[in-house]
Design a protein around this ligand. Structure first.
Ligand code: KG4
Ligand code: ZN
Length: 411
């Protein structure tokens, strides 16, 4: 089954064609992140305007890659610069999109929430129009639940869990090469390899949620953040440290520099564990970093080595809590697999800690899965995967953008 998936919940505009929920045949992402740098964060109206401009070129590019020769289809394009020049050819474009969807796509999947209303509307209304003109079924998708299905993308043949670990570690080259790789290398998971029950941690800019997966379809929400999400903690502390917007990767880079310097960190930040609950709280971290920054600035200059040390501590604090809570859930539900997803799952230290703790706690029958970094951050691949495994087609008339769509599901 070939699904055209559309994702516009935040500032990315993404489209992908996904086969049987496991193979990405084409994937295109356009982001307005650079435009938001100016304001130090995402400006919803700017995001929606940009998305309106590029939604059709992005969908068309994804469909063109998919419908081109089979060898090209194996490649995955992450195009941050979609050519908008040709938008003058809008008439030809809509015919092209309509033809390909009519002739070689089985269903259209679209994120309906949670997310920014203006952004969601761009994707939802486009999907509705496409469903109307082509007569294809349309499948509404919950963005946060969909994140975890990035673990089911990729080859679903011949991957033993041992092999899968090769794609999970902290090796930069492996992560980087997976950005360019063929679908084979896309994900360690694949629907046939993941043993259930599994504990799934979704960690993104807006969410930190733990789920129990009894099967690929059967999902139970276990807990989530009471205040800031893990990604938000990275982003807010990054801003305090002078890194601007989208701070997770910046914190990771600075933390790595501190780590290789082999100096012992003198700074200690809180790790709120909230007793035995499976909820999280990260807002105290931002306050603690602010206090440290103010204190340091009173006594000395906040030089780059102190910023690196603070970044290291932020990363250690966030990842410690994420790993501990996830392992608590693994123990409680006797899980056989751990799946992580969402933008923060791209963090190399987090991936390393999961691998190390599975060995340290003798959790060897537990396999750890993490999608390659490109599939952790927002894209339409996992929207198509979710739609295949759990989606239910809806009448296009009834489809709505739901900014506060609940993620606390039990199915
Ligand atoms: O899933 P995502 O792309 O968008 C949302 O659905 O929110 O996640 C974005 C978040 C941002 O907070 C970003 O700082 C964080 O993921 N992030 C990272 C890394 N890469 C992205 N956080 C820590 N380390 C990273 N390498
Ligand atoms: Zn996301």
């Amino acid at each position: 089954m070939k699904i055209l998936a559309i994702e516009t919940s935040c500032d990315e505009t993404a489209a992908a064609v996904v086969s049987d929920g496991t193979k990405i045949l084409s994937s295109v992402i356009a982001s307005s992140t650079d435009m938001h740098k100016k304001w130090g964060g995402i400006v919803p109206e700017v995001a929606a305007r940009e998305q309106l401009k590029c939604i059709l070129p992005v969908i068309e590019e994804a469909l063109n890659i998919y419908s081109s020769s089979p060898s090209e289809r194996l490649g995955v394009n992450s195009s941050r610069e979609v050519n908008l020049e040709s938008s003058r050819l809008a008439g030809a474009r809509s015919n092209n999109i309509k033809d390909i969807v009519e002739n070689s796509i089985d269903a259209i999947a679209v994120t309906v929430g949670p997310g920014l209303i203006g952004s969601l509307l761009v994707g939802v209304e486009t999907a509705k129009s496409l469903a109307f003109v082509t007569g294809k079924p349309v499948i509404p998708v919950n963005h946060v639940l969909a994140h975890m299905y990035a673990n089911f993308l990729g080859s679903d043949d011949n991957y033993s869990s041992r092999e899968s670990r090769r794609f999970v570690g902290t090796n930069r080259e492996v992560s980087d090469s997976s950005r360019l790789g063929l679908p084979r290398e896309f994900s360690p998971g694949g629907s046939n390899n993941i043993n259930f029950p599994a504990i799934s941690l979704v960690v993104s800019g807006g969410h930190t949620e733990l789920y129990l997966l009894k099967s690929v379809k059967d999902v139970e929400w276990l807990g989530g953040t009471l205040d800031d999400a893990a990604g938000e903690a990275f982003d807010k502390t990054a801003r305090l440290l002078g890194f601007g917007s989208r701070g997770g990767p910046a914190i990771q880079e600075a933390a790595q520099k501190f780590q290789i310097s082999n100096i012992k960190s003198q700074i200690k930040l809180p790790r709120p564990l909230l007793d035995g609950s499976l909820n999280f709280s990260f807002s105290g971290l931002k306050t603690a970093v602010l206090r440290e920054v103010n204190h340091l600035m009173e006594t000395q200059l906040l030089n780059s080595s102190l910023v690196q040390q603070l970044s290291f501590e932020v990363q250690e604090a966030v990842t410690d809590v994420l790993v501990k809570k996830t392992l608590l859930a693994v123990e409680k539900y006797e899980a056989k697999s751990i799946l992580i997803s969402g933008g923060v799952a791209a963090n190399l230290r987090l991936r390393e800690k999961f691998n190390l703790s599975i060995v340290a706690f003798h959790l060897s029958p537990v396999n750890f899965y993490a999608p390659p970094p490109l599939l952790c951050t927002d894209n339409a691949g996992y929207i198509g995967a979710f739609a295949f495994f759990r989606g239910q087609a809806a009448d296009w008339h009834t489809l709505e953008a739901i900014p506060d769509l609940s993620v606390e599901v039990i199915t």
